[in-house]
Design a protein around this ligand. Sequence first.
Ligand code: RNT
Ligand code: ZN
Length: 425
Amino acid sequence: MFSAPNEKQITQGYEHAREIYGALGVDVDAAMDRLASIPISLHCWQGDDVVGFEDLSAASGGGIQATGNYPGRATTPDQLRQDASKALSLIPGKHRFNIHAMYAETGGAKVDRDALEPAHFQGWMDWAKEQGVGVDFNPTCFAHPKADDGFTLSSYDAGIRQFWIDHCIASRKIGAAFGKALNSPCVTNVWIPDGFKDVPVDRNRSRELLRDSLDAVFAEEICPSENLDAVECKLFGIGSESCVIGSHEFYLGYALSRKILLCLDAGHFHPTEVISDKISSVLAFIPEMLLHVSRGVRWDSDHVIMLTDEIRAIAEEIIRNNFESRIHIGLDFFDASINRLAAWVIGTRVMIKALLIALLEPTEQLRDLEKAGNYTARLAMLEELKTMPFGDVWNYYCVKQNVPAAGAWMSDVQSYEKDVLSQRG
Ligand code: RNT
Ligand code: ZN
């Protein structure tokens, strides 16, 4: 059921596709080379349902929740790394790994989040080196007793605020340590759950508090070759339906005025709003940004991505404008109702596939039609492109990158499930 064409068929398909795209003026080989240079940051938290290794409480809190109980969840750092290594081996190209502070390894010692240090991530550091992947990082401002009332950096309680400020400062230092050790800047992204379930009387004070807390977090300058800071906005969450303190306008203004990165999560806006339309607006004023590529479904913001119009549109914005040097592509979804490692592989392969499809577009021709006001021909061509043989280029790319083509990777996942995941207690 999960197989791929044989090598000869893949080569023939590729030769055929190269001619067809060539006739449109698209250089397929150049497209594959450029594709290979774009890393995707895989999020560690898909592998264990956003639980982490701290032994605090099982629930994520902060309105984020993985649902489902598919067997085989990674419950130790070694299991999570083993699963992630397997996933990476089925994804074409060189990528990155995105770690949350709650995945610290403290060797059994109780180390609260404000006291975390790079040493608590040595296991991840060694693994990243061995895998040849860069690392991105996140303070974990949820799933903790000090976040239980729903407020962290914007809490009215100065002690609570200080705890989270210290945690974010510690996280930036850990990010910088990763960036330095791996010789690749770490994007450290701050997301907090703070918000009101019901209509607040004072929205303003919380936002002033958040602004001032963030200023304390970012007070110390860190070399951008080691760490890059990002802040992530959200429209609403479960338990913060009426007002999220870190809204889009709040963080847009913050990132712009403080010269840091803005993170747009594809699941954090009104269902009719899309981040593909926001990228060029943000990059008109902010040098670099982070994406959390996700898929919102009704009230959930974290479904595994599929090759939807919006995922393709995000890829098109990046490729058409040569934004890959300014946009850090991260993934953010969690589904506990399916094989977790398959979720990583499906979602990451989708993102890469979307980039490939965008790279195989005769963009200059389309631009010319648009400039000439020939919207009829633009529409006709965009629709014709949808049935072009990009799948043949994709298969060839996978083989070239030494990973299974087509659906063949799924057989590997099924064996791994049988041999490894199903053996877990
Ligand atoms: C939550 C944000 C945030 C988290 C991760 C785990 O709504 O999207 O990015 O998903 O930090
Ligand atoms: Zn996110």
